[in-house]
Design a protein around this ligand. Structure first.
Ligand SMILES: Cc1cn([C@H]2C[C@H](O)[C@@H](COP(=O)(O)OP(=O)(O)OP(=O)(O)O)O2)c(=O)[nH]c1=O
Length: 208
């Protein structure tokens, strides 16, 4: 990585940090933006993911630019939304909420959208929106109860995490797996390299 390029990840999500790390990208700092994630009235799931990823990146950029160390940094934000048809599922905080989500997801297909927003050192805003389709098997009572007891649904969009136990519920996935986990890696790396951020040199320096 060249000495001058800096990356601020506008996120506190361990999944996003891990996914970036998989591509050899280590953010120089994290700036989780505490924003209102409530959908607007009649807002489409894809529009919500797009809007929130941008707000996260903009809030982080605004706050971090005052710090001379990050005045010329790239700022990256992302937001993942799970939807059944037009219905946006919550990021579940309570067991009852998670139960309701899993009942809805059981035996059918749903969509996962992740919006990614990159703000360049010159202030250019670049966005992408990635969609995956996931089909769950029909969940038995035992599966449902065990999953709820696992607690893995906590803080996850749609009440599940594909990278954990719920991966065993998936009978079909169309599109990007990393998109479902929270950061579509191919599209994110494309956004970064397209704006001049050097990704591949960390692969050759053996520092990964
Ligand atoms: C569907 C799904 C979601 N998730 C997670 C990814 C996101 O962390 C979360 C969706 O919430 P987000 O609001 O996108 O992200 P966050 O609040 O966790 O982090 P931040 O805003 O600081 O970036 O759900 C999984 O980990 N696995 C999955 O299979």
């Amino acid at each position: 990585m060249s000495a001058e390029q800096k990356l601020v990840l506008a996120s506190g999500s361990p999944r996003r940090i891990e996914l970036l790390g998989q591509a050899g990208i280590e953010p120089d700092t994290l700036y989780p933006a505490d924003i209102d994630e409530t959908p607007l009235r009649a807002e489409q799931p894809r529009s919500l993911a797009r809007r929130l990823s941008r707000v996260k990146a903009e809030v982080a950029a605004e706050n971090i630019r005052g710090d001379v160390r990050f005045a010329d940094a790239y700022v990256l934000g992302a937001d993942t939304v799970v939807a059944v048809g037009r219905r946006i599922l919550p990021k579940t905080e309570f067991q009852d909420e998670a139960r309701e989500c899993l009942r809805l997801l059981s035996g059918r297909s749903h969509k996962v959208f992740t919006g990614v927003c990159l703000i360049t050192p010159k202030g250019r805003v670049r966005q992408t929106l990635v969609e995956s389709r996931v089909r769950f098997e029909r969940l038995t009572r035992e599966q449902l109860d065990s999953y709820l007891a696992s607690g893995e649904w906590r803080g996850k969009a749609g009440g599940y995490a594909i990278q954990g136990f719920a991966g065993s519920f998936v009978v079909k996935l169309v599109g990007s797996y990393t998109n479902v986990v929270g950061l579509p890696l191919h599209e994110t790396v494309s956004l970064l390299t397209g704006e001049g951020y050097k990704v591949y040199n960390t692969w050759t320096t053996g520092k990964h």
